[in-house]
Design a protein. Structure first.
Length: 346
């Protein structure tokens, strides 16, 4: 059902705390910093509503640079972030895809992947959609950095739809929420799919890729995990297995990066603090501590010991009275996260 709206704003705190407040609000998404020539502090106000698993978010922001790196990705959110820029402009990069966003454009971010950019004063209407149903509609197409320009018919249609959906989310009493949300995801997914080149055999490739990724995720500590095991388990050739993950550098690279991500989580967890870095490295298939440190620093731009201390940081002491609001905010953002594989995967 639709939840009551939640409002967070840098206007809630004293001017000298506004930059800290903005960073706390933005933390699940990216690290914001002031533009080099921007005066004052970071400014951000947003209102969120939870409609089923979909988060509807209206925001107003000041000038800023922003960067979502691997550490943010490991925060757990892996939804699609559909953003309608109502005012202002942005430019940035979603990995190898450059985007120049003007008022009236719609852009898509995959929150399981990094991005960065900068923008001036502006306002945005956003929808955070759960991954699995969107992927089902789009056939697993690559949506990260997809840009729909304002003058295109599809963009005008989606703009009207997003505004109407946001209005409904504020007023809905819970009736037919699931049916409305399913219809909305199907409609948005179909529109996005038409703007993205299809992959070869997208439906079959999507199912097999998800099965492979689920198997990898559940066997990261298995020393035998590698291309040979996957070829045997899923009866695919080495060439086909490489093509499935070619854009990521091959399946061996995917396994290595997922093991590093798992090691990051282990280092940051309370249980991980009682284990040595060497023990955690060996657990995830790194026989050499030197090799592990080098790979870890390359992926996260910090050392394993720095990862431990970073996750123990807390919000500014003078923001603690707002802790309840932050807790509810994070709960809403993570409500739609779904990593459950499609039926029949193992």
């Amino acid at each position: 059902m639709a939840a009551d709206g939640l409002i967070l704003s840098t206007d809630m705190v004293a001017p000298d705390l506004r930059t800290d407040m903005c960073r706390e609000i933005s933390r699940p998404f990216f690290e914001p910093t002031l533009l080099a020539d921007a005066p004052g502090s970071l400014e951000l106000s947003l209102q969120t509503h939870l409609f089923g698993r979909t988060v509807v978010m209206a925001s107003r922001h000041g000038q800023q640079q922003y960067r979502r790196d691997r550490r943010h990705v490991l925060g757990g959110m892996d939804q699609y972030f559909i953003r309608l820029l109502l005012a202002g402009d942005h430019n940035g990069a979603c990995e190898d895809r450059t985007i120049l966003v003007a008022a009236g454009d719609i852009c898509v971010f995959d929150l399981s992947r990094p991005f960065q950019g900068e923008g001036g004063n502006g306002s945005v209407l956003s929808l955070m959609l759960p991954r699995n149903p969107v992927d089902k509609v789009t056939g697993g197409r690559d949506l990260h950095g997809l840009l729909l320009k304002k003058d295109e018919p599809t963009t005008r249609f989606l703009t009207d739809f997003m505004i109407s959906f946001a209005t409904l989310a504020k007023a809905n009493d819970g009736q037919d929420t699931q049916a409305i949300e399913d219809a909305a995801i199907n409609l948005i997914g179909a529109c996005l799919a038409r703007q993205t080149p299809p992959q070869q055999d997208p439906a079959l490739a999507h199912v097999l890729r998800h099965r492979l990724l689920h198997f990898i995720d559940t066997h990261l500590a298995d020393p035998a995990l590698g291309p040979a095991l996957l070829m045997q388990r899923f009866q695919v050739s080495r060439a086909h297995l490489y093509r499935m993950f070619e854009t990521e550098g091959g399946v061996a690279t995917v396994i290595r990066e997922k093991r590093l991500d798992a090691a990051f989580h282990a280092l940051a967890s309370s249980d991980g603090k009682s284990r040595s870095v060497t023990e955690i490295a060996h657990r995830f298939g790194f026989s050499s501590s030197t090799q592990f440190h080098r790979a870890f620093r390359t992926r996260f731009s910090l050392t394993p010991n720095q990862a431990r201390s970073e996750r123990s940081t807390t919000p500014h002491q003078r923001l603690k009275p707002l802790g309840g609001l932050f807790d509810e905010y994070v709960r809403q953002l993570n409500f739609g996260v779904s990593r459950t594989p499609p039926t029949g995967e193992s």
